[in-house]
Design a protein around this ligand. Structure first.
Ligand code: MLT
Length: 406
C-alpha cells in the first residue's frame, strides 16, 4: 500500500496564492464583464529591460551553433554570473563574498523551501508572524510542526511582528535553532536597521543558531541607512544564509533566476557538536537534485550587472516604487495606517476588520484584488497587503475605485 507523508495532512488545504487565484477566477466567471485589477500576488507586469533581452537572445543564439552550444551547465551556476553577483551585489557595498559561496537557482521560493532539508528533523524553527507561507509550509511538510490550531502550528516559534515593534521582531528569550528573517519584509514591507540585524547575528552566535535571510526585495531599498544584506553585519557569514532573486529586481518571475549565498564559514553541527560546512551540504544537495538554470537565462541575469542593465533595472524598480508611493499615499488619505511601500513594493494596511471579509469587499465592490493579512498568519488578521506590481494606469484606476468605497 502506498502511504502518504502524513505531515501533508496538517497543511491548510491550499497554498495562499492558489486560494486567492481560485477566488478571483470564481468572481470573474460569475461576473464576466468585471475588469479586475490585480494587486494581490507580487508578480511583475513590465517587460524585461532592453539590455537583458539582448543578452537573453544572444544566449539563445549561441545555443543554435555547435561551436557555442552548451549542454548541462555547472549545477552551482556559471562562473560569469557568480562573479558578477559577488562584485555587483556585494563588493560594491564593501562586503566580500566569494563567487564560490554563490549558488544560482531557479527561484528564492524553491531555495527557501528546499534549504530546510539540510537540518535535523527536530530543529526548533522560528518564523515571524505574519510570514511568507513557504517558510512555514515546507517545515510542516518535513515534520517539524505539530497540528494547526487557532491559526498556528504547534511546535513552531512565532515571532509577533506588529505595529508595537515596528514589524521587526527582536530575538526571543528562548533558544531556537533556525530563524527565517525577510527584509524588506514580505508581507509588511518593513525594513530592519543595522542594529536590529546585529542583535539577530549576536543571538545566532550565542546559540549556534542559523539565520535564513530572505533579501528578495533588497533592490527596493532607497534609504541609504537600511542594510541590503545580512552580511553587512560583522560576523554574519558564520551564522547566515542569504537568498536573493532576479524576480522582483529585474522582472524575472516568468524567466526564473535567483541565487543563494552559503558562505564557507557558515556551519551547522552534528549530534556530537562537531561543525559541518553548510556550503558543502548545500552543494551536495543541489548536485543531486538540481541541474542548474539554463544558459540564456544566466546570460540575461548577468546583464543586470552591466552598465546599461543596471540603469534599466533601477528604472524598473523605481517604477514599482512610485506605484507603491501612490498606493500608500491614497490609502493613508482614506484614513488607514500603513507600513511599507517606501523601501518595498508591498503596503501593509491596518484595516482592523476580518481580512478575508475585507478582501471579498474590495473584490466585489471595486474589483480590486489584494492579499488578506490572515493568509500570512495570526498577526496578519486585521490587515491586507497591497502589491505595487502592476501598470501605472491600473494602479491609478484601482486607487480611484478604492477611494469611492473606503
Ligand atoms: C508574493 O506575492 O508574496 C510573492 O509573489 C510570492 C513569491 O514571490 O513567491
Amino acid at each position: 500500500m502506498v502511504r502518504i507523508n502524513e505531515h501533508y495532512l496538517k497543511l491548510q488545504s491550499s497554498y495562499l496564492f492558489s486560494t486567492i487565484g481560485r477566488k478571483v477566477q470564481e468572481y470573474q466567471t460569475s461576473h464576466p464583464d468585471a475588469s479586475i485589477i490585480r494587486l494581490g500576488i507580487g508578480d511583475v507586469t513590465r517587460a524585461l529591460p532592453a539590455t537583458i533581452i539582448e543578452a537573453y537572445q544572444a544566449g539563445v543564439a549561441e545555443m543554435g551553433h555547435d561551436a557555442t552550444f552548451r549542454g548541462y551547465g555547472p549545477e552551482q551556476g556559471y562562473e560569469f554570473l557568480r562573479s558578477a553577483i559577488a562584485a555587483g551585489d556585494y563588493r560594491s557595498r564593501g562586503v566580500q563574498i566569494s563567487a564560490e559561496d554563490i549558488f544560482i537557482s531557479d527561484g528564492a521560493k524553491c531555495d527557501t523551501g528546499n534549504i530546510q532539508e539540510l537540518f535535523a528533523a527536530d530543529s526548533i524553527i522560528a518564523v515571524p508572524d505574519p510570514v511568507y507561507p513557504v517558510y512555514v509550509d515546507t517545515n510542516v511538510m518535513a515534520g517539524r510542526a505539530g497540528s494547526f490550531a487557532d491559526g498556528r502550528y504547534k511546535g513552531l516559534t512565532y515571532l509577533d511582528s506588529t505595529s508595537a515593534n515596528g514589524y521587526v521582531p527582536a530575538p526571543p528569550e528562548t533558544k531556537v535553532d533556525i530563524v527565517y528573517l525577510c527584509f524588506p519584509n514580505n508581507p509588511t514591507g518593513a525594513t530592519a536597521t543595522r542594529d536590529q540585524l546585529a542583535a539577530w547575528v549576536e543571538y545566532a552566535k550565542k546559540h549556534r543558531a542559523l539565520i535564513l535571510f530572505d533579501a528578495a526585495y533588497e533592490a527596493y531599498i532607497r534609504d541609504p541607512e537600511v542594510p541590503h544584506s545580512i552580511y553587512e553585519i560583522p560576523g554574519a557569514k558564520e551564522v547566515a544564509i542569504e537568498f536573493r532573486s532576479f524576480s522582483k529586481t529585474a522582472g524575472f518571475t516568468g524567466v526564473r533566476c535567483a541565487f543563494t549565498v552559503v558562505p564557507q564559514e557558515c556551519m551547522a553541527y552534528d549530534e556530537t557538536g562537531s561543525p559541518h560546512s553548510l556550503r558543502t551540504l548545500w552543494n551536495r544537495r543541489q548536485t543531486t537534485k538540481f541541474n542548474g538554470v539554463s544558459y540564456p537565462v544566466q546570460r540575461a541575469a548577468a546583464a543586470v550587472y552591466s552598465a546599461t542593465g543596471a540603469v534599466e533595472v533601477r528604472e524598473l524598480v523605481d517604477y514599482y516604487l512610485e506605484n507603491a508611493r501612490l498606493i500608500r499615499t491614497a490609502v493613508e488619505a482614506a484614513g488607514y495606517h500603513c507600513e511599507g511601500g517606501l523601501n518595498s513594493p508591498y503596503i501593509w494596511v491596518e484595516t482592523g476588520t476580518d481580512s478575508w471579509a475585507f478582501f471579498d469587499r474590495l473584490l466585489s465592490e471595486a474589483q480590486v484584488v489584494c492579499t488578506p493579512g490572515a493568509g500570512f498568519g495570526l498577526c496578519g488578521e486585521g490587515h491586507i497587503r497591497i502589491s505595487a506590481f502592476n501598470h501605472r494606469e491600473k494602479v491609478v484606476e484601482a486607487l480611484e475605485r478604492l477611494s469611492r468605497i473606503l
